[in-house]
Design a protein around this ligand. Structure first.
Ligand code: MG
Length: 262
């Protein structure tokens, strides 16, 4: 009986030693109290967080934003049909921008990766057509991944193709679309995909979208290049790229577009 008890003790000691060795602390005494912490030991002071000025009105650009369109001109944009040419869309009332159907999309001159984007849009003033044919446009991050713009007010279509969807990838959580004579906003936090040195995907893009202040995409994974036909997969490695706005043949309107690099 004594030998059995002795063997059990050895087993317990042996298990403890093995456990400590596995943790990489073979000589750590079992009963050592950690040093008492003071509040300031977890405070980080340097470097000081950069100070910016937030806008007075929610939705307007903060001081560190890059203004992509404020009603004055399209100097930050070029034509997608010929990037050496100015953006062919119309500025109306020195306030908003309207797609010139069949002129082609427009894209930023600057390239972006991770970013915060604010953009306001309105469906065409005249409601016609239905489904994907009504007020269709889109925002392509890195010229590849589409956040859909559509007149989704009383306009049923496939759920992963309506306003606020990541086109044919993620439906929006809710339909927060306003009527066609009202302005909508998208506030987007976009994380670009990362690629390994050999060009293979390391981590996919992610996106959070607020439509009129309502979360419609909550840090979802973008599953690849936006395609009309076929499953989405990632292209080969790419870096920062332009943001483009789609000409889908409808007179969709835009205003107050600004971006912050993250
Ligand atoms: Mg579209």
């Amino acid at each position: 009986m004594k030998s059995i008890t002795f063997s059990c003790c050895l087993f317990i000691i042996g298990s403890t030693t093995t456990h400590c060795l596995a943790q990489g602390y073979p000589n750590t005494p079992p009963e050592v109290s950690p040093m008492p912490m003071k509040p300031e030991m977890t405070e980080v002071w340097e470097p000081e967080v950069k100070v910016i000025s937030a806008a007075k009105k929610l939705g307007d650009a903060p001081s560190d934003a890059i203004i992509l369109f404020d009603g004055k001109n399209l100097d930050q944009w070029v034509s997608q049909k010929d990037v050496t040419q100015p953006a062919p869309w119309k500025i109306i009332d020195k306030d908003y921008l309207e797609v010139a159907p069949q002129s082609g999309g427009i894209q930023t001159k600057m390239q972006f990766g991770d970013c915060q984007l604010h953009i306001e849009f309105s469906a065409p003033d005249v409601v016609d057509n239905q489904g994907q044919g009504r007020g269709n446009s889109g925002i392509f991050f890195q010229n590849r991944y589409e956040l859909q713009i559509l007149d989704s007010y009383n306009n049923r279509t496939y759920r992963n193709g309506q306003a606020g969807s990541i086109y044919k990838d993620h439906a929006p959580l809710v339909n927060a679309m306003r009527g066609p004579l009202e302005w909508n906003s998208f506030d987007v936090i976009y994380t670009a995909p990362r690629f390994k040195a050999d060009g293979r995907l390391d981590s996919p893009a992610r996106i959070t979208v607020l439509h009129n202040g309502v979360v419609v995409q909550n840090n979802v994974t973008i599953n690849g290049l936006t395609l009309y036909t076929g499953l989405h997969t990632y292209p080969s490695s790419h870096g920062e790229d332009v943001i483009s706005l789609q000409d889908h043949g409808n007179k969709t309107q835009f205003r107050n577009i600004w971006i912050r690099r993250l």
